[in-house]
Design a protein around this ligand. Structure first.
Ligand SMILES: Nc1ncnc2c1ncn2[C@@H]1O[C@H](COP(=O)(O)OP(=O)(O)OP(=O)(O)O)[C@@H](O)[C@H]1O
Length: 194
């Protein structure tokens, strides 16, 4: 029997579609099977943060040199600090025998597609934009203008997901129990030993 595949799994979909809800349940069921990549940042470590655990802490020069060498999948600046994810950071999760989960938006999906990571692409979708709006409001974590921005972005995410070959699988998160069961069945299928 071959080792189980450690191909990464991309999980994408509009904000509020239910990605975190699914992942929380999945990680609870399989505590040692999955992992997230460790991002790079130029910000200083806070008390208790360990290099290589919370982040890979690097200087601005090191970060920009990595970007110039094409090592980053994506990077962005927030309040004067650079943050990003390297291709190697995703591969390192697999090297440790875990399956890397990438919870990213459509822009991230397009960037991952330009790398040699060869993940599975899974789209999580709300049953409707109206229901998505209800759930975002129900979650109560965003301000009104933020909710409007997320709903506008949601339409773009749903349009992209309709493009031929954009995703390997789509799960519509209508009833949570049955949608999670489908999600888990797909993950079980692609992570089974061959
Ligand atoms: N099937 C469902 N039925 C009703 N409510 C749900 C369902 N799935 C998730 N929710 C709720 O909808 C809200 C959004 O879900 P969640 O936070 O998992 O979305 P997300 O895709 O991770 O969003 P983001 O990309 O913003 O992190 C949460 O309050 C969650 O409890």
């Amino acid at each position: 029997m071959k080792n189980a595949s450690t191909r990464p799994i991309v999980i994408s979909g509009p904000s509020g579609a239910g990605k975190s809800t699914f992942l929380k349940r999945l990680f609870a069921e399989y505590p040692d099977k999955f992992g997230f990549s460790v991002s790079h940042t130029t910000r200083s470590p806070r008390a208790g943060e360990v290099d290589g655990v919370e982040y890979n802490f690097v200087t601005r020069d090191e970060f920009l040199a990595g970007v110039a060498r094409g090592e980053f999948i994506e990077n962005a600046e927030f309040s004067g600090n650079l943050y990003g994810t390297t291709i190697q950071a995703v591969k390192s999760v697999g090297d440790k025998g875990r399956i890397c989960i990438l919870d990213i938006d459509m822009q991230g999906v397009k960037l991952v597609k330009a790398t040699d990571l060869n993940p599975y692409y899974l789209s999580v979708q709300p049953p409707s934009v109206e229901e998505l709006e209800k759930r975002l409001r129900g979650r109560g974590t965003e301000k009104e203008e933020d909710i409007q921005g997320r709903l506008a972005a949601a339409q773009g995410e749903l349009d992209y997901a309709k493009e031929e070959g954009a995703y390997d699988e789509t799960i519509v998160n209508d009833d949570l129990e049955s949608a999670y069961a489908k999600f888990k069945a797909y993950i079980d299928k692609i992570t089974a030993s061959s």
